[in-house]
Design a protein around this ligand. Structure first.
Ligand code: NAP
Ligand code: G4F
Length: 342
């Protein structure tokens, strides 16, 4: 039987790396798209890299960029994949306030460029768009489900709303099997270093063993619905296996504050901290020294205060549910960090 072929945009990212491994295990031929960078950006996929001389090669990397429609079109038309996963993005919400135009180019127009390339090809390609709970922003209801109206709060969120609707529009206008996975925050040991979970765990592991003195953070009161990337890429794959293309929320149905997250990390690291102060004046003290402080640089011009997903529809249609608790996720991330430190 002919192997299925997939293209992953964003293969070097957290989700791209988990998804590539999942698809290779499922016997796909995987084409990953990477962008040119001045330093090596493939560390998350080095373990599955296959060079040009490998016989029966099933994992290929190609240069491409979501800001460059010619590379997108060339790759899609050359490899005519069964499935395309668009995981590529400028994915940092705070950074999107600093580079709004670039964020919109990649996260909004980038999706349109892929959809246009799919539209112009005869082969029936199934398309997954990495939509996000950030689209709910200033939430209109709690919890958020597929019918909750969007109210994005950042250039990132606004760009993702554009991509969401483009995906819906191309599905309806051109009969393309195109779906939005509305994924709530998901983390893992290979989460980018500047996202809050990884930043906290990395710093507290270093503080515990004397390699760092202090951690500066922003809003500790924000609440997020945090799951594990491994569970979430499995949901992406399932979403392209349905009879009817349907947009789905993928979440854990639980929400915790950044402060609660810190408390759990400290518990597992046996760091007995004491909290003092409120808001931007909040500090965490350990052995008489301030180890966590808030700094205005890490606050956002407009914040998303509370995200809580409701994944009932995905549970019903995909038979999907998260398999990793927040504590299990934290323990896995700490173990990874401590191994690196050693
Ligand atoms: P990530 O770790 O930041 O990975 C983003 C990927 O996109 C990287 O491979 C990056 O390449 C690539 N990329 C960035 N700009 C690009 C461009 N101009 N052209 C081509 N590729 C580009 O993000 P993630 O956490 O894996 O998330 C995957 C997707 O899901 C993103 O679209 C994100 O917005 C969305 N999402 C994430 C979450 C979450 O909690 N993780 C939740 C909902 C939705 P480099 O490695 O070269 O930077
Ligand atoms: O870890 P974060 O940067 O994730 P955020 O903004 O929720 O976005 C992530 O999840 C989205 C899904 O909802 C994705 F679409 C997006 O691509 C990304 O993966 O921040 C989480 C919370 C925020 O409320 C932030 O204000 O943590 C708060 N926070 C407090 N101090 C901080 C910090 N965030 C970061 N990155 N750094 C801090 O020092």
């Amino acid at each position: 039987m002919k192997k299925k072929t997939a293209i992953i945009f964003g293969v070097t990212g957290q989700d791209g790396s988990y998804l590539a491994k999942l698809l290779l295990n499922k016997k796909y031929v995987v084409h990953g798209v990477i962008r040119k960078s001045s330093s090596i950006n493939t560390n998350r996929i080095d373990d599955i890299y296959q060079d040009n001389f490998k016989k029966k090669r099933v994992f290929y990397l190609h240069y491409g960029d979501l800001t460059d429609s010619s590379s997108i079109k060339t790759l899609i038309h050359k490899y005519k994949p069964d499935e395309i996963y668009n995981l590529a993005a400028q994915s940092h919400v705070k950074v999107s306030f600093d580079v709004p135009e670039y964020t919109a180019d990649v996260d909004a127009l980038g999706t349109l460029r892929i959809l246009e390339a799919i539209k112009d090809i005869k082969k029936k390609i199934r398309f997954y768009q990495a939509s996000t709970s950030e689209m709910f922003g200033k939430v209109r209801e709690i919890p958020q489900n597929e019918n909750t109206p969007f109210y994005p709060r950042s250039p990132y969120g606004v760009s993702k709303v554009f991509s969401y609707w483009m995906t819906v529009n191309y599905r309806e206008a051109y009969n393309i099997y195109a779906v939005n996975g509305i994924l709530f925050n998901h983390e893992s040991p290979v989460r980018g270093d500047t996202f809050v979970t990884k930043k906290i765990i990395k710093a507290l592991c270093k503080i515990k063993y004397g390699f760092q003195k202090k951690l500066y953070l922003g809003n500790l009161e924000a609440k997020r619905d945090w799951g594990h990337a491994r569970d979430y890429v499995y949901a992406m794959w399932l979403m392209l296996k349905q009879k009817t293309p349907t947009d789905l929320v993928i979440a854990t149905n639980k929400t915790y504050s950044v402060k609660y997250f810190i408390n759990r990390v400290c518990k597992f690291l046996n760091l007995k901290i004491k909290w003092k102060g409120k808001g931007i004046k909040t500090k965490a003290i350990f052995n008489g020294k301030v180890i966590i402080e808030c700094h205005k640089n890490y606050y956002r011009p407009s914040e998303v205060d509370k995200l809580l997903g409701d994944y009932s529809k995905a549970k019903k249609l995909l038979k999907w549910k998260p398999t990793t608790s927040l504590d299990q996720l934290i323990i896995e991330m700490i173990d990874y960090e401590l191994k690196l430190l050693k």
